[in-house]
Design a protein around this ligand. Structure first.
Ligand code: ZN
Length: 243
C-alpha cells in the first residue's frame, strides 16, 4: 500500500504542470469524463472506433496474416507512467505483419483486462506497443489467467516491485518470453485506451492466455488497484479471429 500511496502523491503533485496526468480511472476525472477534461481528449467521448471492446461474435478470417515476432533481450527500467507500470523497450525488437515491420516501443500492464470475451475478463492484460516508421501503431495484447503456475516473465519484475521503488532496473528482459506458442489472435481497428484515445490503432490480441500465480497478480494489483478502461461500443466494426 505504501507504493500505491507514493504513486497517488506524485500524480497530484504533477497534475498542474502535466495535463495528461489529470485523468484517472474513477470519480470526476474517470473514463466517462475523459472526453470533457481537455479539448484534445474529445475522441474519448465522440470517437466511433474506440478501445477496448468485447470479442464475442468474432468472425473467423483464415486470410489474416501470421504475426512474426523478432524480440531481443534488453535491459531497461520498469516505472510508473502515472497510470500503469511501463517498460520502455530499447530499439531493435519488432513484429512483422505482411512484411511490414513495427518496432516495439514499450509494454505496460492493465488490471483487470481491458478487452473481454462475453462475460469473461482476465485479471491482467499486457500491451506491447509497436510503431511503424510512419507513426502507425500496432498494439499486441497478451492476457493472463490465474494459475498454480508462476509466470517467469512477470517474476523478474515483481521481485523488484516488492522492494517498493518507483523505478526498477531490470536486466535481460525478453518480451518474447511472455508470448504464448499459439499466436492466433483477435483483430480489429481501434484506439488508444487512454487519453487522448487516438484512433487508427491496429489491435492484435492473442487468444491464448498466459498463466500467472495469484501472488503475482496480487503484487501488480497492489501498485495499480484498477487501471482498465470500460468496454466501448463496437459500432459498425467487426472482430476477426485469425487461424
Ligand atoms: Zn494499454
Amino acid at each position: 500500500m505504501l507504493f500505491f500511496a507514493l504513486l497517488a502523491a506524485s500524480c497530484t503533485d504533477e497534475k498542474s504542470e502535466t495535463a495528461e496526468l489529470h485523468w484517472t480511472y474513477s470519480g470526476e476525472t474517470g473514463p466517462e469524463h475523459w472526453g470533457n477534461l481537455e479539448p484534445e481528449y474529445a475522441l474519448c467521448e465522440t470517437g466511433l472506433q474506440q478501445s477496448p471492446v468485447n470479442f464475442n461474435n468474432a468472425t473467423a478470417n483464415n486470410a489474416l496474416p501470421i504475426l512474426t515476432f523478432d524480440y531481443h533481450a534488453a535491459s531497461g527500467t520498469l516505472r510508473s507512467n502515472g497510470h500503469a507500470l511501463q517498460f520502455d523497450y530499447p530499439p531493435g525488437s519488432k513484429v512483422s505483419i505482411d512484411s511490414t515491420d513495427y518496432t516495439l516501443k514499450q509494454f505496460h500492464f492493465h488490471t483487470p483486462s481491458e478487452h473481454g470475451l462475453g462475460l469473461i475478463a482476465w485479471p491482467l492484460e499486457m500491451h506491447l506497443v509497436h510503431q511503424h516508421a510512419d507513426g502507425k501503431l500496432v498494439v499486441v495484447g497478451v492476457l493472463f489467467h490465474e494459475s498454480e503456475t508462476e509466470s517467469d516473465f512477470l517474476a523478474q519484475f515483481l521481485e523488484k516491485i516488492e522492494m517498493a521503488s518507483l523505478e526498477v532496473e531490470v536486466d535481460d528482459v525478453n518480451a518474447a518470453a511472455t508470448l504464448p506458442s499459439n499466436k492466433s489472435y483477435y483483430a480489429y481497428e481501434g484506439s488508444l485506451t487512454t487519453p487522448p484515445c487516438s484512433e487508427g490503432v491496429t489491435w492484435r490480441v492473442l487468444r491464448t492466455s498466459i498463466p500467472a500465480s495469484q501472488e503475482q497478480l496480487s503484487a501488480i494489483t497492489r501498485v495499480f488497484i484498477e487501471n482498465s478502461r470500460p468496454l466501448q461500443a463496437l459500432g459498425s466494426r467487426t472482430i476477426q479471429s485469425s487461424p
